[in-house]
Design a protein around this ligand. Structure first.
Ligand SMILES: Cc1cc2nc3c(=O)[nH]c(=O)nc-3n(C[C@H](O)[C@H](O)[C@H](O)COP(=O)(O)O)c2cc1C
Length: 179
């Protein structure tokens, strides 16, 4: 089989994001793959902007990346127990592009948060928001990294064996879904 293409999407824009660290760990756990990193730094969705200028080129780039990927891996914190504005805004823009790029696309969702539940509530909301886009949500074991500030070392590697095992199970499920 050709080397799979994985599009990784962080629902947090910040450079030092634990979710970016988790995406790196997911790449390692997945094994050989071509990795494309999404950039969700879009303007806020605004119907007037869309009417005046059309869908921004950066959004079109993302939808092409989704179409061309074999699978998508999303890692996002929850904000105030919900999906981050950054990720919701991206999904809203994506839904305005013809061709349903997420339709049937194997997609994994996971989360890392500083709180005690690891972003579980926001993760469910993210999955709900992907349903109208017809993503194929690959379940596998649920991965919510709680107290993320204690779970990564200085190089951004996961230190907790339990989380490593769950991540590995999740990536196994994704490989199976792609095959
Ligand atoms: C606006 C905002 C809302 C937050 N809400 C939650 C929350 O609901 N649950 C939680 O565990 N942590 C919450 N946090 C703390 C995040 O877990 C923490 O900032 C985390 O590092 C964000 O993920 P990142 O490292 O990938 O940026 C919130 C942080 C911000 C900035």
């Amino acid at each position: 089989m050709a080397i799979p293409k994985l599009l990784v999407i962080s629902g947090s824009l910040r450079k030092g994001s634990y979710n970016r660290m988790l995406l790196k760990e997911a790449q390692t756990a997945f094994g050989q793959a071509e990795i494309i990193e999404a950039d969700l730094n879009f303007p806020l969705y605004d119907g007037d902007l869309e009417e005046a200028e059309g869908v921004p080129d950066d959004v079109k780039t993302l939808t092409d990346q989704i179409k061309n990927a074999d699978a998508v891996v999303i890692s996002s914190p929850e904000y105030n127990k919900g999906i981050t504005g950054v990720l919701k805004n991206a999904l809203d823009w994506i839904s305005r592009v013809e061709g349903m790029p997420f339709k049937g696309k194997p997609t994994v969702v996971m989360s890392a948060n500083m709180g005690r539940t690891g972003g579980e509530t926001g993760q469910f909301m993210t999955i709900s928001c992907l349903i109208p886009l017809q993503a194929h949500i690959v379940n596998g074991p649920m991965l919510c990294i709680a107290t993320a500030q204690n779970e990564f070392d200085d190089n951004g590697a996961l230190t907790n064996d339990h989380y490593k095992k769950v991540l590995s199970g999740k990536m196994d499920a994704l490989r199976t879904a792609i095959a």
